[in-house]
Design a protein around this ligand. Structure first.
Ligand code: PLP
Length: 371
């Protein structure tokens, strides 16, 4: 068996090569590269896919979250509630605006923010809650929205890992007042470079994002606010429009792969398999198991040619960048435990049956040989 990387985009990209070349040819022939027809067409298509009134293409996921918070008026001194177990970008967006991230622990079983712990983190300064649908698993959005309404807070979903997931049948990225997503190449819907989008049903917020992403200008050379250059370009929009036609198929495939892993790994060693919360849908951006022997298992798999990654090895509150917040080890024990025990197995649409078998058998052999 040749080496199995952690991620291989080539089966997806091989299958759509002709269409992707067509998209390139179209943009090349248009000779229009920023804020044009391709972007408009993708925005409409993505809004319709995500069942929101508006989708605004932006430069990347981090900028999508930053612009969303900015459009809500989040600024210096405000607090934003964010899970203690997430990718750093969720937290960076809050910091960019001079606001303070207030961490809330995830549930150990779901890896997502624990709604029961949100209320006690709310203060007079709290402006918004940012649930993150980590690994593609939808957060318990009904409870989160209820809490937000009780305290009159805004909700900004970080939907970077969960295109097409849902909770109680309603899509992630459609629950919050305004939401950000990423089209980083390795995401479930990935561009051939950086990209992102903001989704919302609110026409005023949508307009603010359109203005902010383009120098704060609605009409060329008239600047209403101090904006940014945070646009999604025509080429990426054209590529993404092609790929959006396949996301449903790819998601189905991800779920099938997860179910194969679930069956084959059930009861092996003391591995904890990914759980799906009641009412939640999981689109398996990542397939994440947990074990106290994580480091040894990862090393063993590496020697057998299997690439696995840790999402994420250091929780935000323990990052050097956030030293000034004054947290210590032990402050968010669940996030810390997850960081020490989680392991993401190879997962991509097009991974072969034999590769899954080899991964599973290698994990089995680790647990039988080592004990
Ligand atoms: C990828 C990611 C982001 C940031 O997206 P970029 O496009 O890389 O800026 C934000 N939040 C989460 C949870 C992510 O996985």
């Amino acid at each position: 068996m040749s080496d199995i990387p952690f991620l291989n985009l080539s089966p997806m990209h091989e299958a759509i090569k002709t269409e992707m070349r067509g998209a390139f040819e179209q943009v090349y022939a248009n000779n229009w590269f920023i804020l044009g027809k391709e972007l408009e067409a993708f925005e409409q298509k993505y809004a319709s896919f995500n069942q929101t009134k508006y989708a605004i293409g932006v430069s990347n996921g981090l900028d999508a979250l930053t612009l969303s918070l900015k459009a809500l008026g989040v600024g210096p001194g405000d607090e934003v509630i964010v899970p203690s177990h997430t990718y750093i970008a969720s937290v960076l967006a809050i910091s960019y605006l001079g606001a303070v991230p207030v961490f809330v622990e995830p549930r150990m079983e779901t890896y997502n923010i624990d709604p029961e712990k949100i209320s006690s983190a709310v203060s007079k300064q709290t402006k918004a809650i940012m649930p993150v649908h980590l690994y593609g698993h939808a957060c318990e959005m009904k409870s989160i929205i209820d809490i937000a309404e009780r305290y009159a807070l805004k909700v900004v979903e970080d939907n970077a890992q969960a295109h097409g997931a849902s909770f109680n049948g309603k899509l992630t990225g459609a629950w919050g007042h305004i939401n950000g997503t990423s089209f980083y190449p390795g995401k479930n819907l990935g561009a051939l470079g950086d990209g992102g989008a903001v989704t919302t049903d609110d026409s005023i917020l949508a307009e603010k994002i359109s203005t902010l992403r383009n120098y704060g200008s609605k009409e060329k050379y008239y600047n209403d606010v101090i904006g940014y250059n945070m646009r999604l370009d025509e080429l990426q929009a054209a590529f993404l429009r092609v790929k959006l036609n396949y996301i449903a198929k790819w998601t189905t495939e991800r779920k099938q792969i997860a179910s194969k892993y679930n069956q084959a790994l059930d009861g092996i060693g003391e591995i904890v398999l990914p759980q799906v919360a009641d009412g939640a849908d999981h689109v398996y951006h990542l397939y994440v198991i947990r074990t106290r022997e994580r480091d040894k298992l990862q090393e063993y798999l590496r020697t057998k040619g299997i690439g696995c990654l840790i999402h994420y090895p250091i929780p935000p509150h323990l990052q050097k960048a956030y030293k000034h917040l004054g947290y210590q080890k032990g402050d968010f024990p669940i996030a810390e435990e997850l960081a020490e025990t989680c392991l993401s197995l190879p997962m991509w649409p097009g991974i072969e049956e034999m590769q899954i078998e080899y991964i599973v058998n290698t994990i089995k052999s680790y647990f039988s040989v080592q004990r």
